[in-house]
Design a protein around this ligand. Sequence first.
Ligand code: PLP
Length: 364
Amino acid sequence: MIPMVDLTAQYPLIREEIERELSKVLDGAQFILGPNVQAFEQETADYLGVKHAVACASGTDALHLALRAAGIGAGDEVITSPFTFIATAEAIRYVGATPVFVDIEPDTMNLDPDLVRQAITERTRAILPVHLFGHPAEITPLQQLAYDNGLLLIEDCAQSFGATVDGVQTGAFGIAGCHSFFPSKNLGCYGDGGLVSTNSDAIAEELKVYRNHGSRERYYHHVIGYNSRLDEMQAVILRAKLRHIDSFNAGRRRAAHAYSEALGELPGVVVPSERPGMQHVYHQYTLLSDRRDTILAALREKQIGCAVYYPVPLHQQEVFKEDCKGQMLSVTEDIARRCMSLPIFPELNDAQIDEVTSTVKSVF
Ligand SMILES: *Cc1c(COP(=O)(O)O)cnc(C)c1O
């Protein structure tokens, strides 16, 4: 049996620190937005190479608060990827804006900048690329497009913590980078958590107001905000894990490269590619094959974890039917029919990798 993600494998490495620091939090009884959250925000800003990091309650909230802080609202269009988790587009809807889905590039499965250019209208206010599965989107051309057209660039980094483009971290390119600390993400806590990275003093200030009921000073409220805060216990866990994030991501890369080495020559199988200058952090290891369903069945038979991310692209989801009537995005639709993901986590060992790859190969 091999799970998709095995969080028990890394706990021994951080157990001592987490237990020690959690018991201090319990003794001190300060649970929300305390000194650990503040320290974690500073350590994350330093790690990402940005001026500010503002923690919040989830990755979904990070997207929502970032869009709100950026002033995006009713009547605005936000260009994004149809091949992502629903939260990306949900957040656009939360602020009353309209998601505009644009097709992806077949190798990285990320937004195609040429198609983004063609989709810009009078109403476009922002571009929201997703660094899907841990491979950075084509962020430099997207940044240029945003600049040339007076648009905001907001990054969905929920799957890309630690990924870089020419040495610069994802989340440091746009006006805001939105991170998720859901337990299975590259940097995960033991509950829900999120964070927005930004180089803008104004955006950071707005985020702090919105996450705490629209107040700058306690019990004085000038806008309607939210309850979206990180708690001290999650911050303790995140601080412990942040120290190891590069080695965790290196473990994911090592496992991914072993998979690709073993599976790259199989007929009709497309293994993940890595563009020059870009550091893929393999939140997922996703391959393409016309024989996907047969491979999935063989893996399930052996109780090896496997999944389809994502079977239904957002432009074909019931909830966006009205917006996307009949819209066809051929690259996305083709990939949704052929994609499948294998188990990936930093501690995946050689024996497990062998078992996964030999099971996949047995289909051919
Ligand atoms: C996980 C995820 C989110 C949402 O993060 P939560 O912390 O679960 O709210 C947003 N976008 C993408 C691409 C994700 O994978």
